[in-house]
Design a protein around this ligand. Structure first.
Ligand SMILES: *[C@@H]1O[C@H](CO)[C@@H](O)[C@H](O)[C@H]1NC(C)=O
Ligand SMILES: *[C@@H]1O[C@H](CO)[C@@H](O)[C@H](O)[C@H]1NC(C)=O
Ligand SMILES: *[C@@H]1O[C@H](CO)[C@@H](O)[C@H](O)[C@H]1NC(C)=O
Ligand SMILES: *[C@@H]1O[C@H](CO)[C@@H](O)[C@H](O)[C@H]1NC(C)=O
Ligand SMILES: *[C@@H]1O[C@H](CO)[C@@H](O)[C@H](O)[C@H]1NC(C)=O
Ligand SMILES: *[C@@H]1O[C@H](CO)[C@@H](O)[C@H](O)[C@H]1NC(C)=O
Ligand SMILES: CC(=O)N[C@H]1CO[C@H](CO)[C@@H](O)[C@@H]1O
Length: 333
């Protein structure tokens, strides 16, 4: 009896709940997000305005609090590149190859507490990457590659605790890769190639236990390859070619059990090729070309059953080619 009358009443409770929920929803106001985007748009150069023509504040300034739902729906559903979560706050900004020209820092980062994905790749955005980027505290995916950003990568990137992917490739950055990136325990993909970076790679990178893809090629990075890189047990692709790394290849790289690509060509690395590289049973591509490696080619490389490509050209290697290399049945080159 009690249950059936409750069931009859429940739609009423539901409606009351909905009314309370939307009338008295505290603090977070999604119109602020829309206004922050609109302000950024106004500061971008004219060519950007065409692609962002859907970013209009008209429906927002024409409404008041009693129909705020409509306001949310407007920028969440109608604005190019903007996606919201179920609560109406902006979750993703996908504006890659959008012809945007101007400064990223005119965007008020602290206005987007729920932003998880910011993709601005392949535009003409410029300026330094602001330390305020750490205010995007829910960010998982950040792609600013192929723009005209300059200056250093702010150490504050290391405060983005949810960050999984960072792409800053093909910019005009300088300085070193902040060691603080080593604190990002969810990190899986780092692409910083062709971006003018120098300095050494911190041993703290060995802490990135989820790192799968590391693309640092074509910079001016120097110093040794940290032994701790051997701790990156989920690493699949390792590109540090075309830099100024020196010293030996640490034998710990033989611990990278699922590694498929090892490109370290065009550096100033020396010493012998560690026989432990023969443990990399999933390795398909290895290039050690154009370094100063000496000594003989380890017979263990004959155990790399999945190898498709090997390039040892332009080193100071000596001795004969071990017969075990003849076991590499899949080699294409
Ligand atoms: C940009 O657009 C505004 C208004 O449409 C115009 O007044 C201004 O001259 C334009 N600036 C450039 C550099 O084209
Ligand atoms: C809202 O903004 C539009 C465009 O900026 C403007 O034309 C309109 O007058 C504004 N409406 C109100 C009620 O302020
Ligand atoms: C790095 O780039 C910034 C901004 O372009 C510049 O002011 C600074 O001098 C550069 N530093 C070095 C060491 O080149
Ligand atoms: C290497 O990076 C520089 C910028 O630092 C860029 O100008 C050049 O085109 C890149 N080279 C290749 C082969 O990608
Ligand atoms: C990261 O690695 C460094 C050096 O290898 C170590 O000193 C530090 O405690 C590690 N930090 C974290 C957060 O694991
Ligand atoms: C990381 O690597 C270093 C050097 O190879 C080693 O001493 C250390 O125990 C490793 N740390 C972890 C957490 O595996
Ligand atoms: C509103 C807010 O959280 N602002 C912070 C943004 O990040 C800087 C650090 O770069 C902090 O100082 C601000 O307090």
């Amino acid at each position: 009896m009690a249950f059936s009358s409750f069931n009859k009443l429940s739609p009423v409770f539901f409606i009351i709940f909905v009314l309370i929920h939307f009338q008295f929803r505290p603090a977070f106001d999604s119109t602020q997000e829309a206004q922050a985007l609109f302000k950024w748009k106004a500061n971008l150069q004219n060519q950007s305005h065409y692609v962002l023509s859907s970013w209009s504040l008209y429906p927002i300034n024409a409404t008041n609090n009693s129909n705020q739902q409509r306001t949310k729906i407007s920028h969440c559903t109608n604005w190019f590149g903007v996606s919201c979560d179920h609560a109406g706050s902006i979750h993703r900004l996908n504006l890659f190859i959008a012809g945007l020209k101007g400064k990223l820092n005119e965007l008020s980062f602290s206005s987007f507490p729920h932003l998880a994905c910011l993709d601005l790749a392949i535009n003409e955005l410029f300026g330094v990457i602001s330390t305020q980027i750490c205010n995007l505290s829910k960010l998982k995916y950040l792609d600013l590659s192929t723009n005209q950003f300059f200056g250093k990568i702010p150490a504050e990137i290391g405060l983005l605790m949810h960050l999984e992917t960072l792409h800053l490739a093909e910019n005009q950055l300088n300085g070193s890769i902040p060691k603080e990136i080593g604190q990002l325990s969810s990190f899986s993909e780092l692409a910083l190639y062709s971006s003018g970076l120098d300095g050494s790679v911190s041993a703290s990178f060995g802490n990135l236990s989820n790192l799968a893809w590391l693309y640092l090629f074509n910079n001016s990075l120097s110093g040794s390859i940290p032994i701790e890189m051997g701790n990156l047990s989920n690493l699949v692709e390792f590109y540090i070619d075309t830099n100024s790394f020196s010293g030996p290849i640490p034998s710990s790289l033989g611990n990278l059990k699922i590694l498929e690509v090892l490109y370290i060509f065009c550096n100033q690395l020396s010493g012998s090729i560690p026989q432990e590289l023969g443990n990399l049973e999933f390795l398909t591509n290895i290039s050690l070309r154009s370094n100063n490696f000496s000594g003989s080619i380890p017979a263990s490389l004959g155990g790399l059953r999945n190898l498709l490509y090997i390039d040892l050209f332009n080193n100071s290697l000596s001795g004969s080619i071990p017969p075990e290399i003849g076991n590499l049945k899949n080699l294409l080159i």
